[in-house]
Design a protein around this ligand. Structure first.
Ligand SMILES: O=C(O)CCC(=O)C(=O)O
Length: 291
């Protein structure tokens, strides 16, 4: 009986994936469809204690979208193939890259709050290029800043925990993160840790290449090549852009997007534009690759 249900669910998912690819008129990725973490596990089965929206989904303003980025399983993607196909050319979603089970356990809401609740964190305003900074305790951030993002709040008024962690305990937490098993010649990894509320995100920006993994929650990514700058207002949030501008039509033919499930990685090549939107409360780590 279980195997019959499995077969039905698998064929529905394959059909959905092929339908999505057809809809976007893109060539299918070279590998058969990759089974992704949440294909069989509902997002609310374990949210690490982060999902304040679990009982009221009307507060969840954004939803996952289609996936037009190649999705590859790390098992079938060697370092050589990564270099030849993606490293300098195109983004890719990688499933099954590193085992971050222990890091996932350490970053449950209750663990982080009891361990680091009173430590200071530096927030950045969530507009393009993040100008403004604010220092608060991690507990204050969780209780006051992680509420669902309102459509009325601008990006420069939204404060986001991502990147600045000078506190030794935060650095020691990151020692337990297993970085993605792919590299760029002549580049070294540098980690940034983030926690953010539902509906928040970062508007379009670009920088050097890197990976970003979602540890808890789902995050929607939008990407565009270096020579195709998207049209956006740097002080408007990704939520405002998604709900008010995106429905008028994609800003660019060449824009790609995908929603990352927990444990999945996106790789963005050098100078690719990208914007993010946290569907759920999210815990995430970026591995920036610097020359
Ligand atoms: O994950 C996010 O919300 C922001 C990540 C990002 O923009 C980056 O890694 O450059």
């Amino acid at each position: 009986m279980i195997s019959i249900i499995y077969l039905i669910v698998t064929s529905l998912l394959v059909g959905h994936t092929l339908g999505t690819l057809h809809h976007h008129n893109r060539k299918p990725p070279p590998q058969p469809p990759v089974t992704r973490f949440l294909d069989f596990i509902l997002p609310d089965s374990d949210d690490g204690g982060w999902d304040v929206l679990a009982d009221d989904s009307s507060l969840r303003l954004a939803a996952p979208g289609p996936c037009t980025v190649d999705v590859r399983h790390a098992r079938d993607l060697t370092q050589q193939q990564f270099l030849e196909t993606y490293a300098y050319n195109a983004p890719v979603i990688i499933v099954g890259a590193s085992d971050n089970k222990d890091f996932r356990a350490l970053t449950r809401r209750s663990s982080l709050l009891s361990w680091l609740g009173e430590s200071k964190v530096r927030l950045s305003s969530a507009n393009t290029y993040s100008y403004d900074k604010r220092d608060v305790t991690f507990s204050t951030y969780c209780h006051q800043h992680m509420k669902p993002q309102s459509l009325q709040t601008l990006a420069n008024e939204t404060f986001y925990l991502f990147g600045d962690h000078s506190h030794p305990q935060w650095l020691s937490l990151l020692e337990d993160y297993n970085i993605p098993p792919y590299s760029l010649p002549g580049h070294s990894p540098m980690l940034s840790f983030g926690v953010a509320g539902p509906g928040s995100g970062v508007p379009f920006h670009f920088h050097g290449p890197g990976f970003a993994e979602t540890i808890w929650g789902r995050k929607r990514w939008f990407l565009a090549p270096p020579d195709a700058a998207p049209i956006f207002n740097p002080n408007r949030t990704t939520l405002q852009w998604l709900l008010e501008d995106y429905p008028k039509g994609p800003p660019l033919e060449s824009m790609l997007e995908c929603t990352l499930n927990p444990g999945e990685l996106v790789y963005f090549p050098d100078r690719w534009w990208h914007a993010t939107l946290n569907i759920d409360p999210c815990v995430f780590v970026s591995t920036f690759l610097s020359p």
